[in-house]
Ligand binder design. Structure first.
Ligand code: PEP
Ligand code: MN
Length: 337
């Protein structure tokens, strides 16, 4: 239930209402909008005498939140959430450009790619150190050494860092090096991992599961936010369909759908969404045109020898050209880089 307080209600009254709701065993999440305190009261609402709550001092209105994802819904929090990471305000008018290799392979590779993506205009460097690979015989990532290299390469070029965390026990370690914790598509419904990143003091990039509906994806975001971490960036990265020409089917419908349902920023990963180098730029342009708040793109200076996802990695020059095109599209839409 959403409990809207009277505008200008004293803090003591707002605190009292929240406390009394907690006494019903409800979790209370507060957000302020247009000078009004909004309390999201989550839990077993059937036990509560809502007519009585409606008459409490300071309470202006009660509203049901008509969707199962409560805290991430626009019904609870009408304005866009903006998440500041390094020089970027994700979810603002400024587009978030994240780029880098699929996996960190070594010092030279990481520094070379960091320089290339920074000079093209990216503000956040991606790079996996713990890789979820389909085959146990494929390169699994450099682990902590990879995180150290990624951090140094990003710092050398003024970039923030996003990197994947594969299990709940890894969260403190990855959080030491990364500015954004990436939860991968395969882990979107790993609820113990979602709980753990929900306790972390770092933004989370939550990728959509390979076969997850938009509602399931938003419910996974709800798991994180309900633990106290409201800094969640959603990432559409393609879903499994009957189509096999591309690696996945990039669901750009999800962008306007999520934008209407949720206040969280949503970015697009056209690299995993297509799996094919020359399909990445067209889908990146389309994603921004559809209203995405940013892009995460794989870039490699020598993709033929990349240890993972070479076929979908852009050459640095291709990435630089794409950023110029994104700049033009952004202008038309009243957005900036
Ligand atoms: C990745 O970003 O390299 C990755 C493994 O992505 P996803 O979880 O979307 O497959
Ligand atoms: Mn990859």
């Amino acid at each position: 239930m959403l409990v809207l307080l009277r505008k200008g209600v004293p803090e003591t009254v707002a605190g009292d209402v929240a406390e009394r709701l907690r006494m019903f065993g409800l979790a209370v999440h507060r957000t302020d909008h247009d000078g009004q305190v909004r309390l999201g009261a989550i839990g077993d609402a059937a036990q509560v005498d809502w007519d009585a709550v409606g008459a409490w001092d300071g309470v202006a209105e009660l509203r049901r939140i008509p969707v199962p994802f409560k805290l991430v819904s626009r019904a609870f929090h009408p304005h866009d959430t903006i998440i500041s990471v390094g020089r970027c305000a994700i979810g603002s008018g400024q587009l978030a450009l994240m780029a880098g290799p699929c996996a960190i392979e070594g010092e030279e590779q990481a520094f070379r790619i960091a320089e290339a993506v920074a000079s093209a205009g990216a503000t956040i460097m991606r790079g996996g150190a713990y890789k979820p690979r389909t085959s146990p015989y494929s390169f699994q990532g450099l682990g902590e050494e990879g995180l150290k290299i990624l951090r140094r390469a990003a710092d050398a070029h003024g970039l923030a860092v996003v990197s994947e965390v594969m299990d709940s026990q890894q969260v403190p370690l990855v959080a030491r090096y990364a500015d954004i914790l990436q939860v991968g598509a395969r882990n979107m419904q790993n609820y113990s991992l979602l709980r753990e990143v929900g306790h972390a003091e770092k933004p989370v990039l939550l990728k959509r599961g390979l076969a997850s509906t938009i509602e399931e994806w938003l419910m996974s975001a709800e798991h994180i936010v309900s633990q106290g971490n409201s800094q969640v960036v959603l990432c559409e990265r393609g879903i499994r369909t009957f189509e096999t020409y591309t690696r996945n089917t990039l669901d750009l419908n999800a962008i306007p759908v999520v934008k209407e349902l949720s206040h969280l920023p949503v970015i697009v990963d056209p690299s995993h969404g297509t799996g094919i180098r020359n399909k990445v730029a067209p889908m990146a342009r389309a994603a921004i045109a559809a209203g995405a708040d940013g892009l995460i793109i794989e870039v490699h200076h020598d993709p033929d020898h990349a240890l993972s996802d070479g076929p979908q990695s852009l050459f640095p020059e291709q990435y630089a050209e794409l950023v110029q095109q994104i700049r033009t599209i952004a202008k038309v839409l009243g957005r900036t880089l």
